[in-house]
Write a protein that binds this ligand. Structure first.
Ligand SMILES: Nc1ncnc2c1ncn2[C@@H]1O[C@H](COP(=O)(O)OP(=O)(O)OP(=O)(O)O)[C@@H](O)[C@H]1O
Ligand SMILES: [Mg+2]
Length: 160
């Protein structure tokens, strides 16, 4: 198993205000569904338009990776858990039981892709890192991958 971590870590004392779990097959139509679902659920935390767009983009990259890499030409299950914490933090966990990643530290390097002949540019993890405040990737080859995204809603507090 390899894992990679950047930015803010979730804290054990954060208080969950609301959470939702979803399971869906790795069909490309579900990438848009996941984007819409995360936006619809996170609106209650009163994010700024930019923050909401950031969360949607990051989730969309993670879900797309499950669809195109984890399960490739097959269809498997994707699990998504979204949590809103009282500390003005959103946490999204996206999990697959697909092929896994040999070395996540290598995979996250900008421009690294195993699909260079295709239309992939190797920027998905870079987008997730840049659009969120924290990211953790854990993967086991042959078993699957879990991506955890942390987004702190700061703009909201400064506006009120
Ligand atoms: N869920 C996953 N399961 C298996 N492999 C993955 C998964 N997510 C990422 N990878 C591997 O990590 C590499 C880098 O992912 P990243 O999202 O950064 O780039 P990409 O998907 O190749 O290109 P882009 O996201 O720009 O279209 C992928 O090419 C793939 O090999
Ligand atoms: Mg990608």
């Amino acid at each position: 198993m390899t894992s990679y971590f950047v930015g803010e870590r979730p804290r054990a004392d954060w208080r969950v205000k609301n959470e939702i779990r979803m399971k869906f097959p790795s069909l490309s139509v579900n990438e848009g569904m996941a984007r819409a679902a995360v936006a619809a659920f996170c609106v209650q935390a009163d994010p700024s338009a930019t923050e909401l767009a950031d969360i949607k983009c990051a989730v969309s990259e993670a879900v797309t990776n499950c669809i195109v890499h984890a399960y490739r030409d097959t269809v498997g299950e994707i699990q998504m858990k979204i949590q809103i914490f009282a500390e003005d933090v959103v946490r999204v966990e996206i999990k697959d039981h697909g092929c896994g990643i040999e070395d996540v530290k290598v995979a996250r390097e900008p421009l690294y892709t195993t699909d260079a002949e295709g239309e992939r540019s190797g920027m998905g993890f870079a987008v997730m890192e840049n659009f969120c405040d924290g990211m953790r990737v854990t993967s086991r080859p042959g078993k699957g991958t879990t991506v955890t995204l942390i987004k702190r809603l700061q703009d909201r507090a400064s506006l009120t």
